[in-house]
Design a protein around this ligand. Structure first.
Ligand code: ACO
Length: 449
């Protein structure tokens, strides 16, 4: 819970208006780690001015105790624990518990949590008909947005955000059902029967089972592959106030139900500048095709007039190697080794592309390093997922982060509806124009052809 009075600093920040000669003191609030913030909540009331920060590059949209990132040092911590340690020592469900409840679970709590989650892995049978309404070639992310949003039409006993029990049930349902929903989206696209969850399997193994098993054969998978899948989910579990998480918070701030909020997060994640980048990386590497073509693509990435960007490179917050990317790179090598796919020609292109980019002045100067998406696609491709499923896997891992952030926001006593303002640059008041006097707009020329 935010207690600003305790965190308010003795120093403040003074704004001086040259025109009026007036000055305003802005309180400074100190966090437990990371930059302090200027408290501008009374700014408009006192100065009549808004702040302007498109893309929120200097704006803390909320306070949170879940995830901490130091982008310059390449640090990512969940509830104080370093991501490397969580990825190597914990299971995904432990990380889910940690994000939701603040601490790692005791053995008893861990077992209880597992039981609760596995109790919710099935989805309402009627939802099968919803899948059948989609074209077989629908993008699985389109199906995810639709089906997750539709959960609110099926689970009426967990849509009331103001009820603490309903909130918790919604969190459990979402964490539990996302792998089932994702696996069904895949099965539907390839015309295979849906596979029901099996509750004696771990979270990651169950997902792989629902995705890749068929009723006609026994399902076998190596523990190393299950571990890699689990680690993939851990590495995507939460990432502070990114675009999709902020979308979830904004949707939730109006009191929208949790299933609708998570559906909005999935929609936001889909974009290639965010979660869609893992799909875009593989497409880019396929397009590059061969190590000899890399210089041409590096040149394109540096050309201001060319929209091409090196996918899987750069990050709004990390101005250093993304700590998740280091683990993902190791994991990719392990998976390719295990599956005897280490001679994947795309991996050769990726390694060389990374090497060249990291030595290139443009990338050095702009602090563009590989992000989590650069190597994750290799793991997923080697496991047999089509590229269109990559962002779905990201969404499954991120659901716990979204729902933990949503819960934190709802439980914050100062929770207010998110309502940004704007710098208006449009027309000032003008007289209404009669239809006969309006000019034809050239923008619609294509309509007249
Ligand atoms: N390739 C080439 N140039 C780049 C790249 C890139 N991948 N990323 C940034 N730049 C350049 C920009 O052109 C810009 O140059 P300028 O200062 O000369 O105008 C400068 O670096 C800063 O880039 P911005 O776009 O202003 O940075 P921003 O923080 O807004 O964007 C983003 C971050 C969207 C991730 C960007 O780096 C990008 O598009 N990367 C590729 C897509 C990607 O990998 N996304 C996944 C992000 S991680 C995640 O969501 C899980």
């Amino acid at each position: 819970m935010a207690d600003y009075e305790d965190n308010k600093q003795k120093n403040s920040f003074t704004l001086f208006n040259n025109e009026t000669g007036k000055s305003y003191d802005l309180p400074v609030i100190k966090g437990t780690d990371g930059p302090d913030v200027l408290d501008i909540r009374k700014l408009y009331q006192e100065t009549g001015m808004f702040t302007y920060d498109p893309g929120f590059t200097s704006t803390a949209s909320c306070d949170s105790s879940i995830t901490y990132i130091d982008g310059n040092e390449g640090i990512l911590r969940h509830r104080g624990y370093d991501i490397h340690e969580l990825a190597s020592k914990s299971e995904f469900l432990e990380v889910c518990y940690l994000l939701l409840h603040g601490d790692l679970p005791s053995p008893e709590d861990k077992q209880k949590f597992k039981d609760v989650i596995t109790n919710h892995t099935m989805i309402h049978e009627q939802l099968v008909h919803l899948y059948r309404g989609f074209r077989r070639d629908a993008h699985p992310m389109a199906i995810m947005v639709g089906v997750v949003g539709a959960l609110s039409a099926f689970y009426h006993d967990s849509t009331d955000f103001s009820d603490v029990n309903q909130r918790m049930i919604a969190c459990h349902r979402l964490i539990a059902k996302m792998p089932t929903i994702g696996a069904m989206a895949y099965k539907y696209s390839i015309g295979q029967p849906f596979v029901y969850p099996k509750n004696d399997l771990s979270y990651a193994e169950n997902f792989l089972y629902m995705t890749f098993s068929v009723p006609t054969a026994e399902f076998k998978i190596s523990p190393k592959i299950v571990k890699a899948m689990d680690r993939f989910f851990i590495l995507h579990a939460d990432h502070e106030q990114n675009a999709s998480t902020s979308t979830v918070r904004l949707a939730g701030s109006s009191g929208a139900n949790p299933f609708a909020c998570i559906a909005s997060g999935i929609a936001s994640l889909w974009g290639p500048a965010h979660g869609g980048a893992n799909e875009a990386v593989i497409k880019m590497l396929e397009e590059i095709g061969d190590v000899k073509n890399i210089p041409e693509y590096i040149k394109k990435a540096k050309n201001k007039n060319d929209p091409f960007r090196l996918m899987g490179f750069g990050h709004r917050v990390y101005k250093n190697y993304d700590p998740r990317a280091t683990v993902m790179k190791e994991s990719a090598h392990e998976v390719l080794e295990e599956l005897n796919k280490h001679d994947d020609p795309l991996l050769k292109v990726a390694l060389e592309l990374e090497r060249i980019a990291l030595e290139d002045e443009y990338f050095i100067q702009k602090k563009l390093f590989p992000n989590v998406d650069f190597y994750s696609g290799f793991i997923l491709k080697a496991l047999g997922f089509p590229t269109s499923m990559f962002t779905v896997l990201f969404a499954i891992g991120r659901t716990v982060g979204w729902i933990s952030q949503w819960k934190e926001m709802i439980e914050d006593p100062i929770n207010k509806i998110g309502r940004p303002r704007q710098l208006y640059l449009g027309k000032t008041a003008r007289e209404y124009q009669q239809e006969s006097t309006r000019e034809k707009k050239s923008i619609f020329n294509w309509l007249w052809k």
